[in-house]
Design a binder for this molecule. Structure first.
Ligand SMILES: [Cu+2]
Length: 372
């Protein structure tokens, strides 16, 4: 995840000094493996999300041959700055995340989260409006054999698209329960604040088993420097609607705009059994969420009824917010909604080189999806 360049030719003292400088450097990279222990077979492009067929293999010895559920999903975001346009046309300065993958989907208001087979493609998001892969991903000239997609990127493409491209809300993320999610944060710097050397992180609220390494609280975790990338890893554990934010000086970076949404769609969307209830019984036998052995088991089974896995008004299978077992969280329309408030004075001062007035901070703009 980090790339540390060592000097290979540091014999003469002067030479060593000259080439020691890059030793402090990091670099942009993306990480999106096509296979993992939990997902040993790469999904072909266009395969879609596999159906939920039973308890997942955990990778532990007790279950050497288990069912593989879900897929590998990947996303890249920038940490940087940008502007929001208020209802009266005022341009309000943001510290913000921007999209660096799934740009074609983001333009349509969809999440920027992609299957590994889509993320790991080479294309030019500046010229191709249909490109959903990782911005900057190019063949690695130093791979064996040369030309493999190893996560090596062309930083120019990332800077061309990522600089001054931050938005609030941050790029939407959406995955399915049982997915493995590789989220790369690439810090492109804040071009309006060259006096700052701000790090950024991703801190995922409501994520119960976060390892400290991927938790994004900089006091106890990793924070990402300008010019560097870091890939967070999450095993989507529990269906629901969550939010995430940068945890570097959180009152400032959150107020300035570094907050977005993450949706974990329930297994119930992918069951093929006749009744939702029976599928829920199967799900509750899953070692990862089984009652009695896992902290994620929160509720007993609801009363049995025989609701079929119904079609919605447009004739496609109904989607659900949670694994409810009885269809009670079915919905027809999917739309991300984020409510924010911010103080335009604080944002204005945040664009200058003066200290921000934390004690005078008072939200005056109330925002729905970034619009006042
Ligand atoms: Cu930040």
């Amino acid at each position: 995840m980090f790339s540390i360049h060592r000097c290979r030719n540091g014999v003469a003292a002067l030479l060593f000094l000259l080439c020691a400088l890059p030793a402090f450097g990091q670099s942009f990279r993306v990480q999106c493996p096509p296979t993992t222990t939990l997902h040993p077979q790469a999904l072909p492009r266009g395969a879609g999300e596999p159906a939920y067929t039973g308890p997942s293999v955990t990778g532990q010895n007790s279950q050497p041959t288990g069912v593989v559920n879900g897929a590998i999903k990947c996303q890249q975001i920038s940490g940087g700055d940008g502007y929001a346009t208020m209802g009266d046309g005022t341009q309000t300065y943001l510290f913000a995340f921007g999209p660096l993958s799934g740009l074609a989907d983001i333009q349509k208001g969809l999440p920027g989260t992609q299957f590994a087979s889509v993320f790991n493609t080479v294309g030019n998001a500046s010229t191709d409006p249909t490109y959903n892969g990782a911005v900057g991903l190019v063949p690695d000239p130093e791979s064996t054999p040369p030309g493999q997609l190893t996560g090596h990127v062309d930083p120019r493409q990332i800077m061309d698209i990522g600089v001054m491209n931050g938005n609030m809300p941050a790029p939407t993320m959406a995955l399915d329960e049982d997915d493995e999610f590789f989220l790369t944060l690439t810090n492109v710097g804040m071009i309006m604040r060259p006096d700052l050397f701000e790090q950024h992180t991703v801190h995922f609220h409501g994520y119960p088993n976060a390892s400290a390494f991927f938790d994004g609280v900089p006091d106890a975790s990793v924070a990402i420097n300008i010019g560097a990338s870091f890939t967070y890893y999450y095993l989507a554990p529990d269906a629901g609607t969550y939010f995430w934010h940068c945890h570097v000086t959180p009152p400032e970076h959150l107020q300035m705009g570094m907050v977005g949404q993450i949706y974990v769609r329930p297994r119930q969307n992918r069951v093929t059994t006749a009744t939702l209830y029976d599928s829920l019984v199967t799900q509750q036998q899953d070692p990862r969420t089984k009652c009695g052995t896992d902290i994620l088991c929160s509720t007993p089974l609801p009363p049995r009824n025989s609701v079929m896995h119904a079609k919605n008004k447009s004739g496609t299978p109904t989607l659900y917010a949670y694994n409810d077992g009885d269809g009670s969280t079915a919905y027809d329309v999917e739309y991300p909604l984020q409510i924010d408030g911010f103080d335009p004075n604080f944002h204005f001062v945040g664009m200058t080189f003066n200290p921000e007035p934390f004690t005078d901070n008072k939200d005056k703009h109330f925002l729905l999806n970034g619009r006042s």
